[in-house]
Design a protein around this ligand. Structure first.
Ligand SMILES: C[S@@+](CC[C@H](N)C(=O)[O-])C[C@H]1O[C@@H](n2cnc3c(N)ncnc32)[C@H](O)[C@@H]1O
Length: 251
């Protein structure tokens, strides 16, 4: 992880080092956009409310497990702090939805729904998938409390839930089960739910050797044209009109 971060620092660039108009526009109009937005108050308020919630949950562990938690009894506030998306990334998720006029978003890994709240505020409809029944129950309570009514939460294992989906999605955020083989399998499944302009966002691409491998396989895939490494996230587009190019950008 430290070596990966040092390599990222050495190779990453800002918008001045990028010649692709598609990526330059994404950086200037979206990623680096610092204008305040009303929606940020809700995204930040949502996370804040969870961080004050001392309810204890019995977690059913799906995916790659946690490096932080040693037992399955967890407080909502601890999950929100350690597994929840940061405010900075939540706001970027919202901006990506707005910049690319996302109507239909998909999230793998609801957890308590912090990322979901950003997607719901930025798009017309969000489908979000979560394995743990207790976590899903609390997320649904918070969606109601924050009047986020454009969310469908499907509780179950990712692979089975994805198989039930029929729609295509404009933005797909993969934030759960950070394992090499599973990530690559989800990518294959999700490609069939995408269109030419779908944006894929993979979280924690440098989290482990397995995720490094998965990320390399994804950005080397012939179908992937644009791939952007922001260290925490890998953003991918399959737009056929783009030439194949890989970017490492500062965020
Ligand atoms: C890092 S958290 C998601 C954080 C959330 N997106 C946010 O923005 O706060 C990952 C979630 O994915 C769920 N998960 C992991 N593997 C899964 C699987 N195979 N099927 C269903 N859910 C899974 C976990 O239960 C966990 O709640």
């Amino acid at each position: 992880m430290i070596r990966a971060f040092l390599s990222y620092l050495m190779h990453s660039t800002n918008e001045h080092g990028v010649h692709s108009p598609f990526v330059f526009d994404m950086m200037t109009k979206c990623i680096y956009d610092k204008k305040p937005q009303n929606a940020y108050k809700t995204i930040n308020g949502y996370k804040k409310a969870l961080i004050n919630d001392k309810t204890v949950l019995n977690i059913t562990d799906f995916g790659a497990g946690s490096r932080i938690f040693k037992t399955n009894q967890r407080q909502v506030k601890a999950i929100a702090k350690h597994a929840g998306i940061s405010q900075k990334r939540g706001q970027l998720l919202y901006r990506l939805c707005k910049c690319y006029n996302v109507k239909n978003a998909l999230e793998l890994g609801t957890s308590l729904g912090i990322g979901t709240s950003a997607l719901a505020l930025g798009s017309q409809h969000v489908t979000t998938l979560e394995g743990c029944p207790e976590t899903a129950r609390i997320a649904k309570q918070y969606f109601e409390q924050f009047k986020l009514s454009n969310i469908q939460l499907i509780q179950g294992d990712f692979e089975e839930s994805i198989n039930q989906l029929k729609d295509t999605f404009d933005l797909i955020y993969i934030d759960g089960n950070h394992q090499e083989v599973a990530t690559l399998r989800y990518f294959e499944q999700l490609i069939s739910l995408s269109h030419n302009d779908t944006l894929f966002i993979f979280d924690d691409i440098h989290w482990s050797k397995g995720m490094e491998n998965a990320w390399q396989t994804i950005y080397n895939d012939k179908r992937v044209t644009v791939s952007i490494d922001t260290f925490q996230w890998g953003i991918v587009s399959l737009r056929k009109e783009q030439q194949k190019e890989h970017f490492v950008i500062r965020f």
